[in-house]
Design a binder for this molecule. Structure first.
Ligand code: DON
Length: 312
């Protein structure tokens, strides 16, 4: 990791906020989940959490938003802890080059999703986390994981968003039934969907999410609490999947522009990991065509420009 000497992180965060400010409101707020369409498109938040746990923030960094697909990163960690490498018999590790909710490859590739971060793969991951337990237990495990960094704020499911997504959930239901038809779900389709919709509907702020992801920057061990929810090799592998698959068919462009493992969500959040240095979360609801926050990605570009942060 090349860190520019004497980086003033506060100034870098301010610069990122300034670079994004003019782009707030650009892109489209996700409307296929009706409850998300009501979010103010002018919102913008950024939080950088460093090894000491210190948070450098700007904008609406303390306002909770819907983390959506960012939840897939933490469910992946839970699934790997539960069934280890057996997960890779059910889900691949290649970028899909397709939209997050695409069904095309699932039929051609016989029910094995390309990776755990597209919706089809995430449904199989959630099924693995449920295991022999219940959807409620899987959601509770996720919330515990997200809270385990000792954040004092509440980490809750937004039931209105979960219900809204379920009501508009024809596409995810189709993916889940396809997986089930190929024998790649162990639990009933509606149980898996119920956990999946709720995990996506988790509400957190940039400050909370950056804090919760900090262990991913330090080989799976939180440098403040010293809790290690995942092994070093799993942490590195999750980062590798975030880099190659975290933004679906926009992953190459994100790697090119930002150069860090990241995961987007259609709520407008992006979690980015700076190995050995920090965890970053940005939030701005306007999305590009691939469902990545438009102003959020611009802010991250400005941040890495100032800090020299990159994995390359
Ligand atoms: O399943 C869905 O469509 C949403 N709950 C999550 C999609 C998402 O966040 C895609 N990411 N950018």
């Amino acid at each position: 990791m090349m860190l520019k000497r004497d980086v003033d992180l506060k100034a870098a965060v301010e610069a990122a906020w300034a670079a994004a400010a003019a782009h707030r409101g650009e892109g489209k707020v996700a409307s296929y989940i009706p409850a998300l369409a009501r979010v103010d498109p002018m919102k913008f938040g950024i939080a950088v959490v460093t090894r000491s746990g210190e948070a450098i923030v700007a904008g609406d960094a303390d306002e909770a938003f819907s983390i959506q697909s960012i939840s897939k990163v933490f469910m992946l960690a839970l699934a790997l802890n539960r069934i280890q490498a057996m997960l890779w018999e059910r889900v691949g590790r290649e970028p899909s080059g397709s939209a997050f909710n695409s069904i095309v490859q699932l039929e051609v590739e016989k029910g094995k999703p390309r990776n755990p971060l597209i919706n089809a793969g995430a449904l199989a991951v959630t099924d693995a986390v449920i295991g022999d337990g219940s959807p409620d237990e899987a959601v509770a495990a996720l919330l515990d994981y997200l809270r385990s960094a000792g954040d004092d704020g509440a980490v809750l499911t937004d039931d209105e968003v979960a219900t809204s997504e379920s009501e508009a959930g024809a596409r995810n239901r189709s993916l889940a039934y396809f997986l089930s038809a190929f024998g790649n779900l162990r639990n009933p389709v509606e149980d898996v969907l119920s956990a999946y919709f709720r995990q996506c509907a988790t509400a957190m702020s940039c400050r909370q999410l950056a804090r919760a992801g900090l262990h991913l920057a330090f080989d799976g061990r939180d440098p403040v609490t010293e809790r290690a929810p995942i092994t070093p090799s799993r942490s590195r592998r999750i980062n590798s999947l975030m880099l190659t698959c975290g933004h679906y068919d926009n992953s190459g462009d994100f790697a090119f522009r930002v150069g860090l493992p990241g995961k987007s969500g259609v709520g407008g959040g992006i979690l980015a990991i700076v190995p050995g240095e920090a965890s970053v979360c940005v939030w701005s609801p306007g999305l590009n065509a691939a469902g990545t926050s438009l102003a959020g990605a611009i802010a991250l570009e400005a941040l890495v420009e100032r800090t020299g942060w990159t994995v390359f």
